[in-house]
Design a protein around this ligand. Sequence first.
Ligand SMILES: [Zn+2]
Ligand SMILES: [Zn+2]
Length: 717
Amino acid sequence: MSVTLSVLVQTPAHSGVGGPLTYLSEEALPIGTLVRVPLGQRELLGIVWDAGHGLPAQGETALRLRPIAGVLHPLPALNPAWQALIRFTARYYQRSEGEVALAALPPSLRELSPEQLTRRLKRKAAAPKSKNTAEPLAPQPVKAVDRIPVPPNGLALTAEQEAVLHQMATQKGPFLLFGSTGSGKTEVYMQAVQRLLQAEPSAQALVMVPEINLTPQLEQRFRERFEPWLGAGCVVAMHSAMTPAQRLNSWLAAHNGQARMVLGTRMAVLASMPHLRLIVVDEEHDPSYKQQEGARYSARDLAVYRGQLEGAQVVMGSATPSLESWHHSRAASPDKPAGRYVRLHMPSRMGQSALPLVRRVDMNRQPRRTVFSGVLLDAMRERIGLGQQILVLLNRRGYAPVLHCPSCHWKSQCPHCSAFQVFHKLNRTLRCHHCSHTTAVPRACPECGDTDVRAMGRGTEQLEELLATQLEGVRRPDGAAPRIARIDADSTRAKGALENQLAQVHAGEVDVLVGTQMIAKGHDFRRVSLVAALDTDGALFSSDFRAPERLFSLLMQAAGRAGRDAQWSQQAGHACEMWIQTHYPQHPLFDALKRHDYPAFAEEQLQEREQAGMPPFSFQALLRAEARTQDAAQSFLKAVSLAAAELPGADRLSLYPPVPLGIQRVAQVERAQVLVESASRTALQQFLTAWQPLLRSARTQHRAVLRWAIDVDPLVI
Ligand SMILES: [Zn+2]
Ligand SMILES: [Zn+2]
């Protein structure tokens, strides 16, 4: 006797088959069980999804159902809370459940047969214990009281940290931890995890950071703190730079409850953690939390939802919170003093080190084409002479954004994109940062043959070169010439390159570090006493309404790199400084920055957004289409916009006319989009759900359209 099962598998994004398929099984299996099923000629990983009956698998009729191919028996079933999270993610971000669920599992799990998985788990269980292993690796119920019952000694807490932890212990949250750079947020996270595990030994905590390169240092701190107490394997990492085998191991440890802490990037928000009780989203403002392909979810927003779903406490931390989160932590109205998020405040830096003094250089008073103003150079020379370090921030890599010919006005346009190929002088190439098309730098202008081809504008490579000449003759206290290094996506491409470069900075071997936003994020440069930001004016007048928010946050974060070692900066006897070269020194953004006044900046921005009806006071989604011609992309968008007028929710939203994207052509593909905006999140969701089938059928009539996708709560418009 066999029973029917409804099984979720990964189906192509726009096949219209998003729901579960029906298979036969000799035994009834619990919902959430992982199985292998045939689909066409292939065999796939699937998840027993619900008790009801799904659609017959492609090409099958209800009378000819196929049996499942196997069961991944050793694994516990995925729990209902995880399933609910997947369902919500799929619904909210307008993707199929099958796509979201299977993408949330480690890729190598999708390939293992039940036999391979069993062998693998056996091998792990039989593996000899490593030196500091305090527990067997096989899945088993956890009894923490059996272990060394001595929790680690954390650092001595400041009064602010204690107060914040007390609030977390007595309130439900979600919390927005608004803490200065260097205020000790990580210690608060660690203490919160520790208190949780002391109270509930089998609990699990998820700690997310925005960037892969921030995970190793965090992992190390957590391991050093918790492994002596809970044994090896209590902390696992989860991010896309891990090998498939590592990812599988981490996922299995989280899924069977053995890993008590999962540290990872945005993908970790969908990890199966049956005993999840605490979620930390560090640097919650960071745009990297938004997935940019497939299901375009915000890991931060999902964390809040997941916390609610599973009864886990959620704490989001930042020195410059996203305006959305800040808004949610404001008083809703005078009679409702509490916002949706509880705001926790840690204004002081550890050890009383002061935030740097912000100095603005009016570039209108400098000679034309000045890169480093004289005053800034003098300050840099002085710092080097004192043995202090300097960060120079320029958010543009390469040598120059474009090459041009002054006689015929030829420019290094990418043949495949509506963008310029960037001049990289070090390897003499022109490289497109959108499609990676790379060519050798021409000896002469390809149009007119003039050999006087010039670089226009500047990137980090050029700054590095320029500084070498402008700092000539300057000496460090040991008499050596200053060392200049560069950190950006180009200099850190090789595996381990970033770690090496950072180690050199920490060891004091580097005096001036030039880099893109990569240097502003999270790293702890203890001997940096001067930070300079160049060419930031573009963001002040950008058409992207989020540009000022991102600039403010970038500058605050960069300023936060300076003077983190209080004792040292006091000895140095020099206030730390942040220099900003700008043509708009009076701009209110710089005023707020000078006062390190994020709340004032946020209030001003939120007022503007409220008046303009922009997020967080409205809700947005984008429909993007890609085609060989701009015309084809736009006519698809026009047709589906026209047909959308009668859909539910359509009367409560605005559908803007189709426009080309900022960079409209990438790799020979033309891109256009339609913005959908509503004051009601519900109306927007209702509308998008009803729009989907219409989009799928319209696509069959617009064959020139290669792809379309919906982006809910987009970060870039
Ligand atoms: Zn020319
Ligand atoms: Zn290109």
